[in-house]
Design a protein around this ligand. Structure first.
Ligand SMILES: [Zn+2]
Length: 345
């Protein structure tokens, strides 16, 4: 198939819009994280009790604050969270149901919030659990523990492992926080404080933010572009190729240049032959596919006389172009040795 190449400003504008739209959509998809917050106990199950408090009330209030922070931080243009909570009232939910709820949502992380209790009121401090280690769960657990210690300054009982149902039955990385001991007067003062609960919620949010900073975003799926340039079906070597406005290299002896790891989107591919305006076309890259950008250029045939001489006066202009083109090719070929192929992505 022969093609003619003309500047297509409108198409280029549409192509850029499409590329921008595709990038925006894929960024949102890559960053959204579904977080399930799980306030422990509830209803007929008060959890631990001490210093006039039930664990179920402390952890519900703290979890609701954390839940709200997650929703707000997404809305304020921070990381794009979607947050859910296993209970937002004083209701009993079996442990297995909490895990299956998170599993059914396809959640990315699960954070259960508890407070400790012990017969000896001297027992105190903060500890955070995961089911195993080292795992993504234990990485998140250690950050939660670190942020809670930094925020509340209670005794650091460390990150630990335990086979709690909400940690083992959840199919996503999960942690369980024991904020402090309701049975210890010092810890209880913080557990009872609205301000301290808010700071505990903020500590959990910071831990999650740090956790996801350390976890690479999912690799964006990429495609490729195979550029081919020919003149009267002969491959042209050493032709400068631009992708949008970036110089991406020269065609090889087959007139080809393969651009790998190109993000999906629509691009303007330009082939620059010295002495001519760049030829350009638009191509759309899809995930896992190789798009083609084929420049099939034509030189008008030389008018020939009866003796077969291609040098009549009428052939002056095409001959001139051809000489220019060959000269440019020689220049380009000499430059090629010096230029390393660049990858823009
Ligand atoms: Zn508990």
């Amino acid at each position: 198939m022969r093609r003619r190449f003309a500047g297509a400003l409108v198409m280029r504008f549409v192509a850029l819009l499409l590329a921008f739209f595709a990038m925006s959509v894929s960024n949102q998809r890559a960053q959204a994280q579904a977080i399930v917050v799980d306030p422990g106990h509830g209803g007929e199950d008060p959890g631990g009790s001490g210093n006039g408090m039930d664990e179920k009330d402390i952890v519900l209030d703290t979890s609701l604050r954390f839940f709200e922070l997650l929703r707000e931080s997404g809305a304020q243009g921070g990381r794009n969270w979607t947050a859910e909570i296993t209970r937002d009232t004083d209701v009993f939910i079996p442990l297995a149901n909490r895990a299956s709820y998170a599993n059914s949502l396809g959640a990315d992380r699960f954070l259960s919030i508890h407070a400790n209790a012990f017969a000896d009121p001297q027992a105190n401090g903060t500890e955070t659990f995961s089911a195993g280690e080292p795992t993504t769960s234990s990485e998140m657990r250690d950050l939660v523990q670190e942020e809670m210690i930094a925020e509340w300054g209670l005794t650091d009982r460390g990150g630990k492992t335990a086979n709690f149902t909400v940690l083992t039955a959840t199919s996503m990385p999960a942690s369980l926080s024991e904020l402090g001991f309701v049975t210890n007067p010092g810890d209880a003062a913080l557990l009872a404080s609205d301000n301290a609960r808010q700071r505990a919620a903020q500590a959990h949010l910071r831990a999650l933010e740090r956790h996801f900073e350390g976890v690479p975003e999912p690799e964006p799926q990429v495609g490729a572009i195979l550029v081919q340039v020919s003149l009267n079906t002969e491959p042209l070597q050493g032709i400068q190729i631009h992708l949008d406005d970036t110089d991406v290299g020269l065609t090889d002896e087959n007139g080809s240049l393969l651009l790998e790891d190109v993000a999906p989107g629509t691009y303007v591919v330009r082939a620059t032959l010295a002495g001519n305006n760049p030829f350009e076309l638009s191509t759309t890259v899809r995930e896992g596919e190789t798009a083609r950008a084929t420049f099939e250029l034509e030189q008008e045939p030389e008018p020939t006389d009866a003796a077969g001489c291609g040098c009549s006066s009428q052939g002056g202009k095409p001959m001139q172009s051809l000489v220019l083109l060959l000269g440019a090719l020689l220049l380009v070929l000499r430059r090629k040795a010096k230029l390393a192929r660049t990858q823009p992505f």
